[in-house]
Design a protein around this ligand. Structure first.
Ligand code: HEM
Length: 427
């Protein structure tokens, strides 16, 4: 297999963190779809491009396990759905699906709409970094959608604990030093475990339209339910899975709409025409959907997916030993010129019915992953982002200077290095 180990000791870790997408694209150009490298203390096989991705995600012989993720985020998010494998994963996924039915999602969206309207209406006009503001807002939304009124006086302590686990879990720097990120993440996990465990009995005893309740009451066809420990682990993972991803997506869409005022006017007109904000109306916002899809293509909130082989195998004819870490590259796939015309250009119409560039390969566009672990919150996440953008578009106009180009920091999930300053004015 082509590839190289990089620098002594650190391998390619720093380059991968510093360059993010550009690092992945360069390796694809240099070595092709399957190559090896040393990074983050292990040998990693990078598999990018549609065909290599398909081999891994189709996972015909159950060769590729989620243990790749465990290496990075296991201490903070153990027993979360994404960290489970094969039959056990299927059992948990089927049960969790009960918390993502249409009536449940409709209930969650009522919380999203009220928190988003309240939060956005209080934003100040002028120039300010939009990413931290959006992160705070989506955290408030998560608090309400996930736990409704259960937070009470512990809200601040829980927010702190939650942010600590996310920061530790999405940081690629993995060591424990007193006062450091890793330890704060472990402490955070303890606080969250304690809170959810204490609240499970009350949630089991009543039913409200939040996700915590949804998990407590989920039953499969045989009447099986999650244990208390399962509910706790799933809640902790779900909060992280839902929060950063929707923040990044909304922020990226705001960036592109700020840079392309003609699109901003177009989707604003669509939002005003839609009127109310029920699920059907949100689903009907087609032009906004094109913008969100294109933003998800240009900035993949989960830029790479981790797997580990449980036995020796091959990918496109390249031998891969057992216990090898695999990194898939959704972001790389989404920028390959073999699938996308002028990949760097913001061009939402490439997803329009008459072009459908995303159909060039099943894994050309894959911000939500694919296969058995494809994002379970995909539909809800899209509707949450639409709600947030609808609130922004019907209240404000915003812009970024025409010569401004955001730089996405890739040390964890992509985040604008400067917070992404926008200039906001009321309509
Ligand atoms: C725009 C927003 C989102 C993006 C881009 C996104 C992306 C992803 C991706 C790429 C995966 C697959 C990981 C893998 O294969 O290893 C995934 C899995 C998952 N996501 Fe999302 N996600 C988003 C929103 C959400 C939301 C809102 C929720 C929950 C409320 C959620 C819950 C999950 C869960 C539970 C999994 C694990 C599924 C499994 O292993 O079966 N996500 N997400």
């Amino acid at each position: 297999m082509p590839g190289d180990s990089g620098l002594p000791l650190i391998g390619h870790s720093l380059e991968a963190l510093r360059l993010g997408l550009d690092f992945g694209l360069k390796r694809y150009e240099t070595y092709g779809p399957v190559s090896w490298m040393r990074a983050f203390g292990v040998n990693i096989v990078a598999a990018a491009g549609g065909d290599a991705t398909q081999v891994v995600l189709t996972n015909k012989d159950k060769t590729f396990s989620q243990q790749g993720w465990t290496y990075f985020i296991g201490p903070f998010f153990r027993r979360g759905l994404m960290l489970l494998d094969f039959d056990e994963h299927m059992f948990h996924r089927r049960l969790m699906q009960q918390a993502f039915t249409r009536p449940r999602i409709t209930g969650y969206l009522e919380h999203v709409a009220s928190v988003a309207a309240d939060g956005v209406s209080r934003w100040e006009t002028g120039t300010f970094p939009v990413y931290p503001a959006m992160k705070q807002l989506t955290l408030d939304i998560a608090g309400r959608v996930f736990m409704a009124s259960a937070l009470g006086s512990e809200k601040d302590a829980l927010n702190k604990a939650f942010v600590a686990t996310v920061r530790a879990g999405t940081s690629m720097v993995r060591f424990s030093v007193p006062g450091g990120r890793w330890n704060a993440g472990l402490q955070g996990r303890k606080v969250l475990e304690d809170f959810f465990s204490r609240n499970v009995p009350a949630k089991r005893a009543s039913d409200s339209n939040d996700l915590f309740s949804g998990l407590c009451h989920a039953r499969d066809d045989n009447g099986e339910a999650f244990s208390d420990e399962d509910v706790v682990s799933h809640m902790i993972f779900l909060m992280m899975a839902a929060h950063d991803t929707s923040t990044i997506t909304t922020t990226a869409a705001m960036y592109y709409l700020g840079k392309h005022p003609e699109w901003q006017d177009r989707v604003r007109a669509e939002c005003f025409a839609a009127g109310s904000l029920d699920v059907e109306a949100l689903e009907g916002l087609r032009e906004l959907e094109l913008v969100i899809k294109e933003s998800l293509r240009l900035v993949a909130p989960v830029p790479s997916l981790a797997r580990k082989t449980v036995r020796e195998t091959e990918i496109l004819g390249h031998y891969v030993p057992a216990n090898t870490m695999i990194a898939l590259g959704p972001w790389v796939n989404q920028m390959l010129p073999e699938y996308w015309s002028e990949p760097d250009r913001f061009d939402p119409e490439r997803f329009g019915e008459d072009r459908r560039e995303d159909k060039a390969h099943r894994y050309a566009w894959m911000p939500f992953g694919g296969g058995a672990h494809k994002c379970i919150g995909m539909h809800f996440g899209m509707l949450e982002v639409k709600t947030l953008l609808h609130q922004m578009l019907t209240r404000y106009r915003w812009s970024v200077p025409s010569d401004y180009r955001v730089r996405w920091d890739s040390t964890a999930l992509p985040a604008p290095a400067d917070g992404l300053p926008i200039t906001l004015e009321r309509l």
